[in-house]
Design a protein around this ligand. Structure first.
Ligand SMILES: [Zn+2]
Length: 104
């Protein structure tokens, strides 16, 4: 297990600030990286950007909105055995944007 700070630093390095992203749930500006339930949080793809209130709701409900298992599988597949090249990071950005667009 990697400690919390190290993990969050890693996310920031590869995926940028959550504040530069849009909340996966409500489409407002995100504030924090929110760990996807059911993941161990060791991978930067185990997180989605969320605003404070959606993050709280997500973590409290635990059965609320979740990424579908299909989506999680896709995230995993996209990430297996790879170091994040600048191209990959850009792909993640584009993917995040497309995901947000669908939420609005
Ligand atoms: Zn939100």
């Amino acid at each position: 297990m990697t400690d919390y700070d190290t993990r969050h630093l890693r996310i920031k390095r590869t995926r940028g600030l959550a504040a530069e992203q849009v909340c996966a749930d409500c489409g407002n500006q995100a504030n924090e990286w929110s760990q996807i339930h059911g993941t161990d949080g060791e991978d930067v793809m185990h997180y989605v950007p969320r605003c404070y209130s959606c993050h709280k709701v997500y973590d409290q409900t635990n059965v609320g909105r979740r990424l579908s298992s299909q989506t999680i599988e896709k995230l995993r597949a996209a990430n297996i055995g790879r170091k994040h090249t600048p191209e990959t990071i850009e792909k993640i950005r584009v993917g995040n944007r497309a995901f947000k667009a669908r939420q609005q």
